[in-house]
Design a protein around this ligand. Sequence first.
Ligand code: MRU
Length: 351
Amino acid sequence: VTSPLGAGHPAIESVRWAPGGRAVRIIDQRRLPGEYVERDLATLEEVCDAIRTLAVRGAPAIGICAAMGLVVAAERDDTPGGATSARVAELARAIAATRPTAVNLTWALDRVSRRAAGPEGDPARMLAAMRAEATAILEEDRASCRAIGEAGLSLLAEGSRVLTHCNAGALATGGIGTALAPLYLAAAQGLRVEAIATETRPLLQGSRLTAWELGRAGIPATLVTDSMVSSLMAAGDVDLCLVGADRIAANGDVANKIGTYGLAVLARYHGIPFHVAAPWSTIAPGTATGADIRIEERDAAEVVSLGGVRTAPDGIRVRNPAFDVTPAALVTSIITDRGVLVPPYHFGPGT
Ligand code: MRU
């Protein structure tokens, strides 16, 4: 795996097979930016825990991790005679239950599970087919990221100041990211582009992860807290917004990290283009509109403390939706691995 920036910039591999293939190796994103630690997930429980606690996160990365994790869990399964397709379906349901919003999770699990249905009665063949599918999902995502980067390059010019939210970079995918992919490719071509990264409360994916990976690649980035965006836009300091997605409904409504909707409203008010970058695997033709997207509510503890320090009084009521829905009408374009789409968006069955 090579970095788009060439030698001296080792690529980030957020999810891959551990040597020997008996575990899924992830970068533990809970420890960044303080420490770079890799972890091997060798059991169903470890895979589920890593996804639930955001050790691995970002829609494409959790899909890949789930796919590989299902293979690892099926291989270790102690059903006499080896895991059956029914058992694989059970393992897949356990992994799918970890997080509800990103469609890539169930999409990837379904792909691997379908390969378990074919060679019934031949566990070795079944497991080999599942492993090949999980590997294909990783490799396809790498290629998708690059294709998104190439398609998104057309939106950038010398000096572009690109506001991004959460982390839709290499850490969130199997490749060079979605929203950050055009920035990486622009930098590789010598185009001077700048990122503005929002902190992304409550879990700080912008400051902990986006700032870390852009800094590592030498791409100029400025960190702001979420509430600073409106005044930056009013001052003319943002040229375009570029964010990722966790699920895109058939009508083009986009679920992404909480706060994305507010950024889109602000962008519209200030006349700033608002682009979403996502692989085709994030499009959910079976989800009619944003109203049909289940939004994950996470633990209140994430809101009442910061870095382990309590920042709110005991007993305060808390809401903690992890994602929101940006109506399609606010989305200037959706940059995919199959090109740049503009409204009206219609993703029908068979898309
Ligand atoms: O809760 P997270 O960190 O998994 O949320 C991630 C996002 O919202 C990303 O923007 C999205 O998954 C796209 S990642 C290419």
